[in-house]
Design a protein around this ligand. Structure first.
Ligand SMILES: [Fe+2]
Length: 288
């Protein structure tokens, strides 16, 4: 952890039926004297989970999220979030109407924080995937295969399951990501208020309940960022920017070849760890 950062866990975790988990921590960084950036991290909101069959769950959601808005309203002004990170599963099944519902609530959240969508950083999760499209291609079984699949530019069929997510990002204007010379919505970097964010997609090959240990983060994407000076090794650098990485799945959901060095291929987990101060994730949540 960089000495310039400190954490304050100021809002408790909300949960209902283990399907909604709003995990929040505020991270402050003293960029200059008397100035702090406050990052609100939320995850796994799962808008659309209730459907029409679970009206009770919808009431729980509304009450839960209203409580969060109320807590933000009551924060001292110096603790109002200045940046919002959402680590995936914003919606339940990657459908357009789920994103519409999410947008209505995010509008309220941003209003409470006096922010706009340019201060929102979002990464995709397994629930942003249209599984009917994802099931048409298989998961890579080796690192070599994964690196070929995720070579940039990414083949269209890997983007199609995220079509509604990409539309949502473009429509709302969430923080624009850069990957090399391109501006994709699923992976890339951006800098907000002097903090560098690295957005990664751990859900490229997410398709069902068997995802654990079978996911690939995309070493080619990290190497492309490195070659374009969009990320850099922190140790030994003079005044590197505070770097926060976002990915939906915890690292231990990745294929073992993504977490260890095999046959001379770099360890993606280690590659990322050397280039970020903080890693924000979601996906795993339970009762509190
Ligand atoms: Fe998830």
């Amino acid at each position: 952890m960089n000495e310039g950062c400190r954490y304050s866990y100021v809002i408790q975790r909300y949960n209902h039926n283990q399907k909604l988990s709003v995990i929040k921590y505020l991270i402050s960084k003293k960029i200059v004297s008397n100035h702090m950036e406050i990052i609100l991290h939320i995850t796994d909101l799962h808008f659309g989970y209730e459907g029409k069959e679970k009206p009770g769950a919808k009431a729980q959601r509304i009450n839960c999220l209203d409580s969060l808005l109320n807590e933000i309203s009551e924060l001292d002004s110096q603790w109002k979030p200045t940046i919002i990170c959402i680590t995936g599963d914003l919606v339940w099944c990657g459908a357009a109407n789920d994103f519409d519902e999410a947008e209505l609530w995010l509008d309220k959240l941003l209003q409470k924080c006096d922010l706009d969508y340019s201060k929102v950083i979002l990464c995709p999760g397994n629930h942003e995937v249209d599984q009917s499209k994802a099931k048409k291609f298989s998961r890579p079984s080796t690192a070599l295969e994964a690196d070929e699949c995720l070579a940039y530019p990414i083949a269209d069929h890997y983007l199609e399951p995220f079509a509604e997510y990409i539309k949502f990002c473009k429509k709302t204007g969430v923080s624009t990501l850069e990957l090399g010379k391109t501006k994709p919505s699923l992976v890339g970097t951006c800098t907000i208020n002097g903090i560098r964010f690295v957005v990664l997609n751990s859900a490229w090959f997410s398709k069902d309940k068997e995802d654990k240990d079978k996911l690939w983060l995309g070493l080619p994407h990290l190497e492309l960022m490195q070659s374009n000076q969009q990320i850099s090794v922190l140790q030994g650098s003079q005044n590197p920017p505070i770097t926060v990485a976002l990915m939906h799945h915890p690292l231990d959901w990745l294929n073992s070849e993504e977490q260890n060095t095999f046959s001379g291929r770099k360890d993606t987990k280690d590659y990322l760890a050397k280039r970020c101060h903080i890693l924000l994730t979601g996906h795993t949540h339970g009762g509190v």
